[in-house]
Design a protein around this ligand. Structure first.
Ligand code: DOR
Ligand code: ZN
Ligand code: ZN
Length: 430
């Protein structure tokens, strides 16, 4: 199968937008040609020509932190609906968290997730496995067996690993298998179950607040343990200035630490929460304006490597339980790129190239994936974006089973209109 995506706008080596075309053969990129389009009657006869009509074509987006909820919580999302939602957001590779029911803490669940993803036949789904059995923090899982089954790293996302000794043992074992440890950083002795961060919103509503230190204490601890064990340590959803300071220092002295940040922590602060609306409840919580600015700067200076969504679907019924009882989390796939494009690229703070790289190249490099670049020989995982298209976020139209988002009604530009995985169109806007 040969096809050509013609008339595309591509980011060249210098990060400039130029016209070009991409030749795809049997699911692999055969050629990326900057500076010219083809006419349908040239040497490539027999090829199907897809006219991108001047739209942006990028490497498929990669999201290294998502929750797909299957097995066990299929009322929130299934691997298929999650994959469909990801495809609509322009993602071609996603890495899913193990806090399912049962937890992905043994080889059978890893195989189940991979098989379901294969059956869905949409985006590439890379499973993480749990660090501890049932994410209970008591006993390590069988790291070697989980790697053998296809897990790409270990994490107890959803909760922090409370014991430093447990984390050190996990890191030593992961290092011996050349696998990363991915950490949700939260010290439970400081949190006491507050629904929002410390700050003006919590005070106004008489709520307890989650302090910044509950994240940063784990980051600091784990950096020391990563130094001791030599593991690749990846920090989930960084949200505080203090965590960033620690990661920056660690990188400066050569400790193998990488980090991610979510769109909501780059755009929203606790001051923006409009009222007791659980679509604004997520973990880590929205922090201060100062923390938001620190996250943006950390991404800009390379302290934070990549953007992830932490797509965390929950049903309307669960989210209707009130600020104290509702689960933490918001969906993320279908708004991520338009949000970031509108808030940072259209405003002139970032180049388009900078944003695209943080959703393609940097996650691919950090997790050693053969994805993330438009180059001959690479898998034809592509995203087509209409940068001019302006549209309001309509949660009722999400492909996700859930619609828990604080961004409903936001007017955004830069909507993905086509997603290609391994040369196959898996999403196309009509
Ligand atoms: O907001 C969150 N949602 N944070 C987490 O740590 C877990 C996630 C979920 O699984 O819903
Ligand atoms: Zn988490
Ligand atoms: Zn998560």
């Amino acid at each position: 199968m040969l096809f050509i995506i013609n008339n595309a706008r591509l980011l060249n080596e210098a990060g400039e937008l130029v016209t070009g075309h991409i030749v795809v053969k049997d699911g692999i990129i055969q050629e990326v040609k900057f500076g010219e389009s083809v006419s349908e009657l040239t040497e490539n006869t027999g090829a199907e020509v897809i006219d991108a009509a001047g739209k942006l074509v990028t490497p498929g987006f990669i999201d290294m932190h998502v929750h797909l909820r299957e097995p066990g919580f299929e009322h929130k999302e299934t691997i298929e609906t999650g994959a469909r939602s990801a495809a609509k957001g322009g993602f071609t590779t996603i890495a899913c968290m193990p806090n399912t029911k049962p937890v992905t803490d043994n080889a059978e669940v890893v195989s189940f997730v991979r098989e379901k993803a294969r059956q869905a036949g949409l985006v590439k789904v890379l499973p993480y496995a749990a660090i501890t059995k049932g994410e209970q923090g008591q006993e390590l899982t069988d790291f070697a067996a989980l790697k053998e089954a296809g897990a790409i790293g270990y994490t107890d996302d959803g909760v922090g690993v409370q014991s430093a000794q447990m984390m050190k043992d996990a890191m030593a074992l992961a290092a011996s298998l050349d696998m990363p440890v991915i950490a949700h950083c939260e010290d439970n002795s400081l949190v006491v179950g507050a629904p929002v961060a410390e700050g003006s919103f919590a005070e106004r509503h008489g709520l307890k607040g989650i302090p910044n230190e509950s994240e940063a204490i784990h980051v600091g601890r784990d950096i020391l343990l990563a130094e001791a064990t030599g593991v690749h340590y990846h920090v989930c959803h960084v949200s505080t200035e203090q965590s960033i300071r620690l990661i920056r220092q660690a990188k400066e002295i050569g400790i193998r630490v990488t980090a991610e940040v979510c769109p909501h922590h780059l755009i929203l602060s606790e001051e923006d929460i409009p009222g007791l609306d659980t679509n604004w409840k997520m973990n880590p919580p929205l922090r201060s304006r100062r923390d938001v600015e620190a996250c943006i700067q950390a991404l800009e200076d390379g302290t934070i490597d990549m953007i992830v969504t932490d797509h965390a679907p929950h049903s309307a019924e669960e989210k209707a339980r009130g600020m104290l009882q509702a689960p933490f989390g918001i969906v993320g796939f279908e708004t991520a790129f338009p949000l970031l494009y509108t808030k940072f690229v259209k405003t002139g703070r970032w180049s388009l190239d900078f944003l695209v790289k943080r959703m393609t190249e940097t996650p691919a490099d950090v997790f050693r994936l053969s994805a993330g670049r438009l180059q001959a020989g690479a898998p034809a995982d592509l995203t087509v974006v209409d940068l001019e298209k302006e549209q309001e976020v309509n949660p009722a139209q999400f492909e996700s089973k859930s619609n828990n988002t604080p961004f409903g009604g936001w007017k955004l530009s830069g909507w993905p209109v086509m997603t290609v995985v391994q040369g196959r169109i898996i999403f196309r806007e009509n």
